[in-house]
Design a protein around this ligand. Sequence first.
Ligand SMILES: Cc1cc2nc3c(=O)[nH]c(=O)nc-3n(C[C@H](O)[C@H](O)[C@H](O)COP(=O)(O)O)c2cc1C
Length: 151
Amino acid sequence: MANQTIDILVATTSGNTEYLADQVSEQLQNEGFITRVHYEPDYSDLVEAIDQDSIWLGCIASHGAGDYADSMLAFADDLHARKPRLEPLSYAVIAVGDSCYDTFCLAGRDFDENLAHAGAKRLMDRLEIDMSRDDPEKKASTWLTTFMDRL
Ligand SMILES: Cc1cc2nc3c(=O)[nH]c(=O)nc-3n(C[C@H](O)[C@H](O)[C@H](O)COP(=O)(O)O)c2cc1C
């Protein structure tokens, strides 16, 4: 439903996912949603603000050997260490990676599984973007159309 606020959490090291998140944000705004893009998501701010209206959209690039990209390393550490309950939260994940790595999209998968285990409601199956094969904006845009229908 338009007018809802969506927090977009960005895990990026070299900027591709930041660019993608900006495109995603623009598409959501064009359809009447309010977006807040978190380029370096703050665990306490985001988790403490969760209520029944909260929607997170994770745009999560993998780096290292399936690690989270730099901008969300601290957030991911907190999520793993503190194991919060996240029942009222709804969420979806766009995982960004490259299929030349065995650890393809591992950080996005981890984020998705962690939120589900924490009791958050998955709105939609995770999108996985393979940077060596896919057109990221096009793939995300198609996925986003269905995502918006679920809100
Ligand atoms: C050093 C390095 C390590 C990477 N490790 C992974 C990985 O483990 N799994 C994966 O799916 N992609 C991996 N990638 C691919 C990145 O996810 C991909 O390049 C992505 O576009 C980076 O997004 P960013 O520019 O937002 O940081 C790696 C890329 C680099 C440069």
